[in-house]
Design a protein around this ligand. Structure first.
Ligand SMILES: [Cu+2]
Length: 270
């Protein structure tokens, strides 16, 4: 079965490869981001680009354990992927990128099984040349919640450090909660907001990060995507009464999963 699928991928490549120009603009006018998958995972794991139609060109340069490269949107849905990339194979797919942050996934990678693609309108550096692992990103807050929240507005300061999340206050009335994050640490950090799942019940993957794909539907309220040390990032969330768990789901090349190192806390809305 796997063999047959690989052959299909090869057949598909003939078409894709011819579409890959040597410069960063393909004949379609779309730009191309180059990635490799290695035993460590996605490379680069942290990169950024501008919105619009984007070709993802992925090559497996020798990873035996990884044959898949996925791009997930902020809600955790796969918006593009290449499967059955055995060592030596390459492939491409195109995504019409919107401003915001996407997650890269190379399941099984020993160091960078996931990464972050930051899409900004301000011409951030594109394609493979960006720093990775420790690169972090600029602040990419989620789109403001639609509709009127009603209720009260509470500003909550979130101090992120290596490796803690400290909230002040730790509770609010239902309504708008403005999460005002500051990265006081030395690594990129982020905040994922989940409702109704206690920290001890969060599903984790082999790398010790929270497996957001395995969370029940509608429990991920939103997130402040990873942002760099010394930076601030804030966003407003409309929160109903309930128990919330906030965590950082960054996996660093050296330090590992921040969640596992203690970057998780709870928040109560009444
Ligand atoms: Cu972190």
């Amino acid at each position: 079965m796997r063999r047959a699928l690989s052959l299909l991928s090869v057949a598909g490549l003939v078409f894709f490869v011819t579409g890959c120009g040597s410069d960063s603009k393909g004949s379609s006018g779309a730009k191309t981001l180059e990635f490799t998958i290695t035993d460590e995972g996605c490379n680069p794991a942290q990169t950024s680009t501008t919105p619009g139609s984007t070709n993802f060109h992925v090559k497996n340069t020798g990873a035996n354990a990884i044959t898949e490269f996925e791009v997930l949107d902020s809600t955790g849905h796969i918006v593009g992927e290449k499967e059955n990339l055995t060592p030596g194979l390459e492939g491409s797919f195109t995504i019409d990128l919107q401003e915001g942050a996407y997650t890269l996934a190379c399941p099984g990678g020993t160091k960078s099984p996931t990464g972050t693609l930051t899409v900004g309108a301000h011409g951030a550096a594109a394609s493979g040349s960006a720093d990775h692992d420790e690169g972090g990103g600029d602040c990419v807050p989620p789109a403001p919640a639609s509709g009127s929240a009603g209720g009260s507005t509470t500003e909550v300061k979130a101090a992120l450090s290596d490796f803690k999340i400290e909230l002040n206050p730790t509770a609010a009335k239902a309504g708008t909660v403005e999460l005002d994050g500051t990265n006081n640490g030395t690594h990129p950090h982020e905040i994922v907001v989940v409702k109704g799942v206690a920290s001890s019940a969060l599903p984790t993957d082999a790398n010790g990060k929270v497996d957001e794909d395995k969370l029940p539907a509608d429990t991920v309220i939103g997130e402040l995507e990873a942002f760099s040390p010394g930076k601030n990032c804030s966003a407003s969330f409309t929160l109903q009464p309930g128990s919330y768990t906030l965590f950082c789901n960054v996996v660093g090349a050296e330090e590992g999963a921040h969640f596992q190192k203690g970057m998780v806390t709870s928040f109560t809305v009444s």
